[in-house]
Design a binder for this molecule. Structure first.
Ligand code: ADP
Ligand code: MG
Length: 250
């Protein structure tokens, strides 16, 4: 990991946008007192979370508690109605839409529950997608994508479309797509949610070894304690707020 990827010309990550240093606690990602409602439904009600660089944090909690909304706020996909989100000293929730999407594209990776592969594309094209979207030429992008297939036990599946992959295979393709651009932060929302426990463990083992190697920071939403056990730390979201108690009944 180069500590200063901005210097390489990542415009969206230009730290002059806010002039702030790190968040108050000096965390890599810092969310303070986030609130957000969908109509009259409160999804977040004063949620706070700090994540250290290189840390793998599992976000647990019952269905509907606000886990996905929190993840989307941390990733700059949603903007909270109040509270602050800092990423590496940048006030994410104050960036323009354009700057936020550029920052997402350049510095974050995503893995979602269903994988959300593009069905018209082959597995290797799906993996190459973040590189192609950031302007890499097709040849090198596809070559970089292909290197992930043996790593993830997907040899020979490069030209399959998502309809021709098992759930576990599709989820590993989605994981490769989330990591191919070597993001600084990987946001994963129930990445094993559609898998049986054996495939889920396989995906988590691959995820953890890949991110440890890259030094990636990971925020992982899961309702599965076995999945959360792979993380460095667990937090629990309840009623739109973040606590650290595990084991309490909902
Ligand atoms: P979780 O991921 O923990 O299941 P969510 O963050 O998805 O929880 O949802 C939190 C609350 O916000 C729930 O009550 C949910 O129904 C509501 N919610 C989430 N997204 C939307 C949306 N796009 N429109 C309306 N309500 C939403
Ligand atoms: Mg969710």
């Amino acid at each position: 990991m180069t500590p200063d990827r901005n210097a390489a010309g990542h415009s969206a990550a230009n730290l002059s946008v806010t002039g702030h240093g790190h968040g108050a606690s000096g965390k890599f990602i810092e969310a303070a007192d986030l609130s957000l409602s969908f109509g009259s439904t409160p999804a977040l009600r004063g949620a706070s979370l700090g994540v250290t660089k290189g840390e793998i944090v599992a976000v647990m909690g019952p269905s509907g508690s606000g886990k996905s909304t929190l993840l989307h706020c941390l990733a700059g996909i949603l903007v909270p109605s109040s509270g602050e989100v800092h990423f590496n000293g940048v006030r994410l929730d104050r960036l323009s839409d354009d700057k936020r999407s550029a920052l997402r594209r350049e510095r974050f990776g995503f893995v979602f529950q269903s994988g959300q592969l593009v069905p018209e594309l082959t597995a290797e094209e799906n993996v190459a997608l973040p590189l192609l979207l950031s302007g890499m030429r097709r040849g090198p992008a596809m070559a970089a994508a292909r290197t992930w297939f043996p790593t993830l036990g997907l040899d020979g599946l490069e030209s399959r479309r998502s309809g021709e992959l098992s759930g576990g295979q599709a989820q590993r393709v989605a994981l490769a797509r989330g990591l191919v651009a070597e993001p600084e932060v990987l946001f994963a929302d129930e990445p094993t949610g559609a898998l049986d426990s054996v495939s889920g463990e396989l995906v988590m083992n691959l995820l953890v070894s890949a991110v440890r190697e890259q030094g990636t920071t990971v925020v992982l939403v899961t309702h599965d304690a076995r999945v959360a056990a792979y993380a460095d730390r667990e937090v629990v979201v309840r009623d739109g707020m973040v606590g650290t108690l595990t084991g309490a009944k909902p």
